[in-house]
Write a protein that binds this ligand. Structure first.
Ligand code: H53
Length: 809
């Protein structure tokens, strides 16, 4: 890559580029035009490497992985790309000469909300790591016209606004019309005998949707690798539209056109909850079919190898079950288009595909009604039916008379298609995303499959990219780390462990405390600007940011705060360590309890913040529209990381890792990756409370928990529960939450864990009082965060599952 040598060269190229793009004098450029100009300059810089990367992969016939995910939550790309190519400083200096600040330009980029939460952000971290490690791996997803809704809080309540993120165009994408493919929906499919006595499939009267790819470069870190994230957009095919029109049915024609465009219009605003609608299934098949067709075409053209060797050169990963149709779709291509025998096609499919499970919540397990599935995807249904028949025959042969076994591993059962079962059966590898989660998969959720295929199961603990979550988000801390241990950790995050050598050094700990304070000031300035609220930087910043969900227990947090408030009101002379509690997160639009939780947080926040008697000691704020960019402001400023899900429910969590990387102390349950975080850092450097997963499981199986008993026996809980419905919280009522906690027996053990949670908070305050000890813990957390880098995770996937190797470009 021929990089800009210095700021002079940057300015020269910037000026030329801006003239061509905007036909304007520099002084007339808007900030957005400045942002786009730099983005296009970066595209120019990397374009040769991008082409070259693909050529080298093809020349060397390197095995490649394609990571299929219905979500990619990328975050802004300008700064991360500048950092990746090592030109951030030159760009900053050049811009300054021209009269702009990089810091003002960066927010011009719309944060593309092509995901809901953890799953989508994980996918983004993974492609970042693939490119950084020079691994041949690409993303495949949908180019939603509207990303996840923008959240506004009005009268304490969440309001969802459309996220039209493409209004000003997206300079990072390249539309590749020449690589469009067609995807078929509907019609009828049946098998008919051929002349030579075989069976062939006929699929007729279907409608075609044109899938057009938009490619986004995924730029490696200080190397020449540029991989690709391919996002598919649905367009109507002109031939089909004209055919409908010439048949004389204008309504049908326009219905066709609208339906097609709907496919890539919206991201579903669901996170870990069932959403069984037809359009979603269309989206899934659309992505899978378009992605696979283009992979097969590229493989045949560039690798020129037989389809019988497909699995030797191609690995396909399915991120949760949303892309599970990869299994029957690859079968369709191998059977119908390549004319393979069933057994061969099945063998190649299973060797190619690998599956990650991200949840054990039963309501989040994808299932589709057979009639809907069949009418939308008739050919795919025939294949799924055949997979299921062959499979059940095998199961019944292995376990004669055991219908329970058959039922628990069937793909088609009770009128539904079970996508997790299809995914396990059609893959050579199944993994969970943290040790405890992978264990639960083996012990319960997928236990029956585990008994049949024990070697198929493994664990790959999640990770996050330290390039975005430390180097980019927290340059102050990054510089301090360089000063203390050198900068090798930037390339190899496992080297962060060297920080242990200075973790008791007073001079270092003082500097660490200063950096934290600086980051708290930056956040406080933002809050002052956006909310006209002052928060004290010497208070403990205690932050819970994630999707709002009953199992994540934001309720426990806000009830703890409310209790603290009541305690202060009842004891006017009581002094506690000042605390600032911050929340952020979106609720799925149809999730009543989650929305009422947001309302409760806001009403409590209002009541507390306005109360002069307590607001010197206590502040509570719900920050609107939590997204990747806001996260980059929040993680570096946190003292305490709230990771308080009901044990056994959070598959992994990844926010917990971003917090620790930035030196926050985890206040958490033994759930998801918290278990490993606390094993790495040691119990004395995190605060753990509450029921363990086995205890939770035990209550579910054998009963023995009554939340009404908690109500009767604990006066604190009684006071809190009454206040939800008696109007004492600013005259508001929270009936839905009251019902969930008491009448529906508190499925997530909020009340059961309440006392332990309060004690954990006392412990936090006690530890914070000893600042030297606190920052020692903070340093230990940063030191051990190397393990939670997605580079480590991706190396494990690459060597254990995908069998791919780095390729120098
Ligand atoms: O995936 C994250 C986990 C997290 C889990 C999350 C997730 C979604 O965001 C959406 C659907 C789903 O099934 C799971 O809840 O615990 O960290 C990445 O693995």
């Amino acid at each position: 890559m021929k990089k800009w040598q210095d700021k002079e060269e940057f300015k020269k190229i910037f000026t030329e580029k801006a003239h061509v793009l905007w036909e304007k004098e520099l002084r007339d450029l808007t900030l957005n035009e400045v942002y786009q100009t730099i983005a296009y300059m970066i595209r120019d810089l990397v374009s040769e490497d991008w082409i070259r990367t693909n050529e080298v992969y093809a020349e060397q016939k390197a095995k490649q992985v394609y990571y299929f995910s219905i979500e990619f939550l990328l975050g802004r790309l300008l700064q991360s790309n500048l950092i990746g190519i090592g030109l951030e400083d030159i760009c900053r200096q050049g811009l300054e000469d021209l009269g702009w600040k990089l810091e003002d330009v960066v927010p011009q980029e719309r944060d593309p909300g092509l995901g809901n939460g953890g799953l989508g952000r994980l996918a983004a971290c993974f492609i970042d790591s693939l490119a950084a490690l020079q691994l041949p791996g690409h993303g495949c997803s949908i180019r939603y016209q509207y990303g996840l809704f923008n959240q506004r809080i009005v009268d304490g309540q969440q309001v969802e606004l459309p996220d039209n993120w493409l209004v000003n165009g997206y300079p990072w994408e390249v539309k590749r019309v020449d690589k469009a493919v067609n995807v078929r929906f509907g019609g009828n499919a049946y098998m008919r005998p051929t002349e030579d006595g075989e069976l062939e499939c006929v699929h007729e009267n279907y409608s075609s949707v044109r899938a057009v790819p938009y490619d986004v470069p995924v730029i490696g870190y200080h190397n020449d690798t540029v991989n690709t994230l391919r996002l598919w957009r649905a367009e109507y095919s002109r031939e089909d539209l004209y055919r409908e029109l010439t048949l004389g049915d204008r309504h049908r024609a326009f219905r066709y056109k609208n339906n097609v465009q709907l496919i890539s219009r919206f991201l579903y605003p669901e996170d870990s909850t069932e959403d069984g609608r037809r359009l979603r299934l269309m989206q899934e098949y659309f992505m899978v079919s378009a992605g696979l067709q283009s992979i097969v075409r590229h493989y045949k053209r560039k690798y020129k190898e037989s389809m019988y060797k497909f699995d030797q050169y191609i690995a396909i990963h399915i991120n949760d079950t949303h892309p599970a149709l990869v299994v029957p779709e690859l079968m369709r291509i191998l059977l119908d288009e390549e004319g393979m025998a069933w057994e061969d096609a099945w063998d190649i499919t299973c060797r190619t595909v690998a599956y990650t499970n991200h949840t054990i919540l039963p309501e989040a397990m994808e299932k589709w009604s057979i009639p809907m599935f069949q009418s939308l995807l008739p050919r795919i249904y025939l294949i799924v039916e055949e997979i299921n028949n062959r499979w059940l025959k095998e199961v019944r042969r292995l376990y004669p008379g055991d219908e329970n076994k058959a039922r628990s591993v069937a793909i088609l059962w009770d009128g539904q298609v079970h996508m997790a079962h299809l995914s396990v059966l059609g893959s050579h590898s199944v993994n969970g995303v943290a040790e405890i989660h992978s264990q639960i998969l083996k012990d319960s959720t997928l236990h029956q499959f585990y008994t049949i295929f024990p070697n198929r199961f493994s664990n790959k603990t999640n990770g996050v990219t330290h390039r975005r979550w430390l180097i980019e988000a927290n340059p102050q801390l990054s510089d301090l780390i360089d000063e203390a241990i050198g900068d090798e950790w930037r390339l190899e995050p496992s080297k962060l462990i060297r920080l242990k050598t200075v973790s008791s050094d007073s001079a270092f700990l003082d500097k660490l405390a200063k950096v934290k304070k600086a980051r708290k000031e930056i956040l406080a300035d933002y809050i002052k600007k956006e909310y006209d609220t002052n928060i004290a930087v010497d208070s403990i910043f205690d932050i819970q940011i994630k999707r709002i969900h009953l199992y994540k227990r934001q309720l426990l947090n806000i009830l703890g705060i409310l209790h603290l408030y009541y305690t202060l009101k009842a004891n006017p002379d009581l002094r506690v360590r000042p605390h600032t509690f911050l929340f952020g997160g979106k609720a799925a639009s149809g999730y009543g309890e989650a929305k009422q939780t947001i309302k409760l947080i806001n009403v409590v926040a209002n009541m507390i913040n306005r109360d002069k008697q307590v607001n010197k000691q206590l502040k509570v704020l719900f920050l609107e529209n939590y997204n990747v960019s806001l996260g980059q402001l929040l993680f570096p400023a946190a003292d305490v990381s709230e990771q308080i899900s009901t044990a056994g429910k959070e598959a992994s969590g990844t926010g917990n890792m971003k917090f620790m990387m930035n030196g926050a102390i985890t206040l958490g349950t033994m759930d998801g990756a918290n278990v490993e975080i606390c094993r790495e850092v040691g119990m004395e450097h995190c605060v753990i409370f509450g029921l363990r997963a086995e205890e939770v499981m035990n209550y579910y199986m054998h009963g023995g928990y009554s939340s009404w008993n908690m109500y009767s026996s604990d006066p604190r809980i009684r006071q809190l529960m009454n206040s939800l419905v008696d109007g004492s919280i600013n005259g508001e009522h929270f009936g839905m939450l009251y019902e969930s906690l008491l009448d529906r027996n508190d499925e997530f053990f909020v009340l059961k864990d309440f006392a332990a949670y309060c004690e954990a908070h006392t412990e936090i305050s006690r530890r914070y009082a000893n600042q030297k000890q606190w920052f020692h813990s903070s340093a230990i957390n940063i030191a051990h965060s190397g393990y939670f880098s997605s580079d480590r995770t991706i190396q494990q996937y690459a060597s254990d599952i995908w069998r791919i190797k780095p390729v120098k470009v």
